[in-house]
Design a protein. Sequence first.
Length: 267
Amino acid sequence: MASLSLLWSQEKISPNYRVGPQDMIEITVFGHSEWNRSVRVSEEGKIPFPYIGEIEINGLTRLEIEKKIKTAIDETLLVDAHVIVFIKEFHSQKVSLLGAVGSQGQYELNGPETLLSLITKAGGITENAGKDIIVIRQLPDKTARTLRIPIYDLIIKGDPMLDIPLQADDIINIIIEEMVKIYFVGEVNNTGVLEVKRSEIPNLHQAIIQQGGFTQKAAQKRVMIKRMGPDGKEQILTFNVRAILKGRKKDVPLKENDIIYVPETIF
């Protein structure tokens, strides 16, 4: 008889899951314990059964396998059989995991697997992950459906509705977001490079805070940004960050490759 854990696990399996080579199934024939067994599907998609021989089950769902075994028993052994089939191991069905994750590649669905459990198994999401996970799912009619899942809602907020059960041939792409650089020189506590995601480029004041803030000698009213203008020519822009701090002026959006120079106060 199947265990309670096996019975529970079947609830998470898509009824459309189709068995293939190297999967293992458990067969129970009520009233005939001598026919109960766990068998692995051969590379040809077949399983052996007592007094009947090989039964081809490749590409069948669990319910279709139950019906096929029952029919074979009824016709060959003249028994009105009550057959239950459970899927114990999944080896024929795989998904592909790409993008900003610890270990990319193909993963076998060795049982019920959700998006979050697969990502955890693969080493988690890396720092260069963007905002979304894209799941491309193959449908029975040979078309594909694209699902977009926000990483923040799945992992930080823990929305269970987004932790979808995976299906064979799913392609999961954790979008990689390009990292950009902003450069700091002069009177900030940490000069050098600030590397951030393109979608998370900070404003001027925010960036200075991330670099440890101003030194005591900083000329906060004469902070300069050197950047390339739309015409390809270099621009030098000067901003009063002290006025920004006091709320008299708006903070200044930064751009990729900006060079922020904080001069020393002239006494």
